[in-house]
Ligand binder design. Structure first.
Ligand SMILES: Nc1ncnc2c1ncn2[C@@H]1O[C@H](COP(=O)(O)OP(=O)(O)OP(=O)(O)O)[C@@H](O)[C@H]1O
Ligand SMILES: [Mg+2]
Length: 587
């Protein structure tokens, strides 16, 4: 880090030095003109002294040019090293900060936009540190040193050239003000196009199922066209200003010729001074022309840098609290919801939940879809934080654990299963890459991942996004094995066996009862066969706990559980009769 910073300062200083010595060649040429050619033209003899002078100056020119080229090469290498190093570290830090973010962050930022930040925006940073800054320094130093050199040689000649420069400066500033917002817009369009492509790629099954390829092409085409339009708009703006900036710069050479010619005839300046002005007029015009393009690039850089800074400093709402204390020893897994309420995006999702779960208990959570089951279990690993009340794990508020400690104590199989494009083994051992093969096999057996041995490469078969396709139930079983493999104190299964057949489910349940580590199990399920063995069944309805009890108790009580129980037992007739009685009683 420090070494690179020193190297970058070296590179920047080198650019200043190299820009100043750019004037040396023209000055030496002027000396040759004035000290050798002009006296000879005026009739002087070419004597030894002059020969020596000429040879000295020419040799100096050659040696100096070689040195300059070598030095420039070193400077550019330094720029490349520093800019690549900087973007590498920046990308690494951004990625690390993305890992810290909570779920709200990922629902707010689209994948395409985050990807653009890690790729296109990063390249803009590299381009700016390696090229734009170098050229900007070069332009400014060259312009200033030429101005000073001209003023020293002949102030009147110099001033008659410099009157044009404010005009050029006026146009460049106007251009820069107009092009800035265009690049902010352009960057947004690029990220929208990336998002469209990314969504289409991950959702390709749905697209195919609904035969919506033409619609998707059209949707992408629209984004693509918007991007092209935004690009064109920014480019055309530069084209609008270029004739003025270019025209004024070109007029400088004409001014040199006219004013310089006049002064030469009048005898005010020597032929050497005239040559110097003529050969250096590019060092005045070039910076001005370049400045437009550099400002262009700088505006693009600012648009990208804003997004990078935003991501770099993004702080998650859910993070380690100052009151957090390290956890010593294994968490027992007792849970207590004290008057817990949760509001997400302004809508109440959970209301006054009071629930006590003893360490080692198995608790089933049931309720109609959208009743808040996933939201309730998401509070335990702090995927979201309670809006009101407290959630205690082993008597301590979950917000007073370090997130790492808390989540390490929890094994969770989420409702929407995500597997990495890795081997079956790798997916199961995701929580602990040091896990032995025997352990992987053990948890695979509990979760009934027996099908893996029939895959082409067995447990070494790559699955997930880029590998062998698996059935819904197979994916669920791998997710279950992954959650078990961390030997959690609290195991959360959110609808994890919903796609598994009854027989396999029974096997898994038997295995779960015989785990060789202590573990509180929280099981979200819809099947009575899953819930009836639980120590406690919790029924949720519209974010509230409406019933708590064992299977024996709840199947006799009127309510959601009994209805589901009768339905699943094929006792619809009894249910219908009961419902009919209710209707006639009520009405
Ligand atoms: N991030 C969110 N922002 C706003 N509302 C949300 C969010 N997540 C969930 N909800 C709402 O909270 C309610 C409960 O959702 P939840 O996912 O907990 O239901 P669930 O009981 O798990 O349903 P299912 O059985 O279908 O999985 C729903 O009405 C849902 O629309
Ligand atoms: Mg759910």
């Amino acid at each position: 880090m420090e070494g690179n910073r020193a190297l970058y300062v070296f590179a920047l200083c080198s650019t200043v030095i190299l820009s100043i010595v750019d004037l040396v060649n023209a000055n030496v040429t002027a000396m040759i003109m004035d000290q050798v050619f002009e006296p000879i033209r005026a009739g002087a003899a070419l004597d030894d002294l002059m020969w020596r002078r000429l040879i000295q100056l020419v040799v100096f020119l050659v040696v100096f040019t070689l040195f300059r080229t070598g030095y420039n090469y070193l400077a550019i290498i330094s720029y490349e090293r520093c800019s690549q190093g900087l973007t590498y570290r920046l990308r690494r830090d951004l990625y690390a900060n993305m890992q810290r973010q909570d779920m709200a962050f990922y629902s707010k930022n689209r994948t395409g936009s985050l990807m653009t930040c890690l790729t296109g925006d990063m390249d803009m940073v590299r381009h700016t540190t390696a090229y734009v800054l170098r050229m900007l320094i070069n332009c400014v130093v060259l312009f200033l040193s030429t101005t000073i050199c001209f003023l020293v040689k002949d102030w009147l000649f110099a001033l008659s050239l410099l009157v044009i420069t404010p005009l050029i400066a006026f146009f460049t500033t106007r251009f820069s003000k107009q092009v800035g917002p265009l690049y902010v817009d352009l960057r947004e369009r690029l990220s929208q196009m990336n998002t469209a492509a990314q969504e289409n790629i991950s959702g390709n099954r749905v697209v195919k199922a609904f035969a919506r390829e033409p619609y998707e092409c059209e949707k992408f085409d629209e984004k693509n066209r918007d991007f092209k339009k935004a690009n064109l708009k920014a480019s055309l703006l530069w084209l609008k200003y270029m004739p003025y900036i270019d025209g004024f710069s070109q007029s400088l050479s004409v001014a040199v010729l006219l004013v310089g010619g006049l002064f030469l005839i009048m005898g005010r300046i020597s032929i050497g001074t005239f040559t110097l002005f003529n050969s250096l007029s590019w060092t005045l015009t070039n910076p001005m022309r370049m400045l437009g393009m550099l400002i262009n690039d700088l505006q693009r850089f600012f648009a990208s840098a804003n997004k990078i800074i935003e991501l770099y400093y993004a702080a998650p709402d859910i993070q380690d609290s100052e009151k957090a204390k390290p956890q010593s020893g294994r968490v027992k897994g007792g849970l207590r919801f004290e008057d817990v309420s949760l509001t997400l995006h302004g809508s109440p999702v959970l209301r006054s939940i009071n629930l006590e779960i003893q360490p080692g208990e198995t608790v089933a959570i049931m309720g109609s879809t959208g009743s808040g089951k996933t939201s309730l279990v998401n509070l335990i690993p702090r995927f979201s934080d309670v809006t009101q009340g407290r959630l205690l794990l082993d008597g301590r508020d979950v917000r007073q654990y370090y997130l790492h400690d808390l989540r390490s104590a929890i094994g969770i199989a989420t409702q929407d299963v995500f597997l990495f494009s890795d081997t079956v083994d790798g997916n199961i051992a995701y929580g602990d890459s040091q896990m032995s093969e025997e352990d992987v096999a053990k948890y695979a057996k509990i979760a009934c991942v027996d099908f893996a041995s029939k895959l082409p490469q067995g447990f070494d078969t790559i699955i997930g996004e880029r590998g062998t396709g698996l059935s819904g139930g197979q994916k669920q079983r791998i997710a279950l094995a992954r959650a078990l493999a961390v030997r959690p104190s609290v195991l959360i299964l959110d609808d994890t066996t919903s796609a598994v057949d009854m027989e396999t489910e029974k096997y898994i349940q038997d295995e779960l009862d015989r785990l060789d580590f202590d573990c509180t199990k929280i099981i979200v399920a819809q099947r009575i066969s899953t819930t009836k063995r639980a120590d406690k069944i919790v029924i949720l309805n519209q974010g509230e706990v409406v019933q708590v009890g064992t299977h024996q108790e709840l199947s006799k009580q009127e309510g959601y559980y009994r209805e589901v129980f009768l339905l699943q037992n094929g006792q619809e007739d009894q249910l219908r009769a009961e419902l009919g009685r209710e209707v006639s009683e009520n009405g």
